[in-house]
Ligand binder design. Sequence first.
Ligand code: HEM
Length: 433
Amino acid sequence: MRRERTGEERGPARDDGRRDFLRCAAGFAGTAASGGRAGGAAAVPAGRSAQAVAPAPNGTSDDGRRLPPDRVSFHGLHQAGIVTPQQLFAGFVAYDFVGQSRADLEKLFQRLTERFRVLGAGVKPADEKVAAERPTPDSLSVTLGVGAALFDDRFGLAGHKPRHLKAMPAFPDDRLDPARCHGDLSLQICAEHPDAVVHVLRDVARETEGLLRPRWRMDAFMNPSRPSGSPRNFLGFKDGIVNPDTDSAAEVDRLLWVTPRCGEPEWAVGGSYQALRLIRFHTDSWERLPVSRQEGIFGRRKASGAPLDGVHESDAPYYEKDPDGRKIPLDSHIRLANPRTRGTDDSRFLRRSYNYSKGFDEHGRMNLGLVFVGYQQNLERQFATVQRRLRHEPLSRFITPFGGGYFFVLPGVRDRNDWFGSRLMRDTRPRNG
Ligand code: HEM
């Protein structure tokens, strides 16, 4: 994953969203002061979690992938699985909460905390015959989000919803299938092998009986980079080249985490908004396009990943020099998604997407696509704004978003005595309870 370049064209802000952004960006009361990479526990400012900025990678693979640590730290101010270097495999699941009471919800949060703490230390095969084997951590991270529906009046959470959390709306190019949208809870399970993802799912099913009912699920994976650099999606383009710099505490406090100054409920500080989008590719019609047309649609070269005005994948596009879009079309995906102007800097967010491949559809066509995953401080200012800019982009004729949801990733579990949502449940406890 390449780091976003800071363009000289970016500067001070003007509108309300931008003011909101600047206030939030003040971050964790100076804890971000060091600004640099957390090379290990000692480099993390006091009060900060190891997951605030990306953990030092466990080296890089032969094809240049930043490898996640073998054992991803579970405790911290933020949950793992966001700035964690991307593992190869992922499972995305949304559940409905079917417990009856507030006490059930508390039980669920506590049980998930215990299980993820244990599983993070080592994933054990569920099969008893091999359960005696030493469990391996497999770089597992499990990231828990909550949906807007949980904040109705059933469990006393009404009035305490994160400000920007709502059911994911249908955008103009969407064809949403209600059975594959939304949910009370989301899990993003990431590991270096697909069996670890399945073991976690089985564990959750066993341990939460009577509390959760699965709503939708999508298994996904990263492709290797071919031949090098960022990995390719199933449209054949390098994907994940440009992202915010997760090594910079200042950057993640501006773009990723809910900070004490965002005007959010106190319990939500340290959390992050998650946008999940299940997007199908129409590879048949895409493959009929000449490569030069495909390149114009993305604004990047297919072979190298370079912007159409550059040579290397890591070159920054220079839109000011190309105001009429002669090199990089004005309606190309990268130009609309990130115009690199003063006013659009605050809409950047972290993409952590995976590919999916699910056999054939009823017409015998390959069912391929993307689980688009975005993390951010403010859903409206970031994902929704970018999505609106992409409205009717040329790429939209070759893809169909059909599912997903908006979720709020709860703040991290701080230590052995803490549990997911402890602060939320405490702040909303009935006075006589
Ligand atoms: C099937 C759907 C999509 C595909 C195949 C796709 C593919 C790509 C590719 C190939 C790139 C260029 C390489 C890179 O910088 O990673 C890119 C960039 C980007 N995409 Fe998408 N994308 C999709 C959907 C979206 C959506 C829904 C959003 C946000 C709402 C989005 C936001 C971005 C952003 C912000 C960039 C970086 C632009 C830059 O900073 O230069 N993409 N995408």
